[in-house]
Design a protein around this ligand. Sequence first.
Ligand code: SF4
Ligand code: SF4
Length: 222
Amino acid sequence: MIVAERKPVNEIVEMIKDADRVLVLGCRGCVSVCSAGGQREVEILASLLRLGRMKEGGRLETIEATLVRQCDREYIDEMDKWDGEYDAVVSMACGVGVNFIANLRPGVRVYPAVNTTFYGGSAEQGVWSEQCAGCGNCVLHLTGGLCPVARCAKSLFNGPCGGSQNGRCEIHKDVPCIWQQIHDKLENLGRDDDLDAIAPIRDWRTAGHGGPRKAVREDLTV
Ligand code: SF4
Ligand code: SF4
């Protein structure tokens, strides 16, 4: 899932300083799962924003709602029922949702309430960890299922750098060196010969370095 975390409230208060009526809009997708932008977080943020405005001697009206997803046109259309009732939207979806609203509602001011951070999973209660960087050319079949793009600080493809010490990455003692883990995993699977293969120079255009990416499924287009 896409992992996100809420921005500091004072940043959001500053964004909406010119608005008196705000639609605080959550998303029931990834940001609900990582407790950044679901219905509960919408209610908390809306009350913090009202409080923030009150402290400044003003009054803020909020509409609080969540869409099934903010990355899908059909759900964005549900916003129409609040037309004329708000001056700005504070989206608690990931950056995709904010972009979708901006694209599909050109006359609407939309502000991001969360920082979109990475693609990850729930490692333990209240902890999410990055697992994939969406590079567009997956190599997990070569690396024992462990991602060298997202999980190596240098996105190395041919083994560890000189900073790998005792299974730890040089960036921090609490960060495992993923190349040590790839080595151990392949060895465990009896596939350590795979480590001898030299990965060719990578074409990073699939990772977004060639501009915005688009996925087209001809069988699903109309
Ligand atoms: S190799 Fe690319 S697609 Fe595969 S997990 Fe890593 S970043 Fe994601
Ligand atoms: S120590 Fe390991 S994880 Fe860290 S940058 Fe070097 S190879 Fe990558």
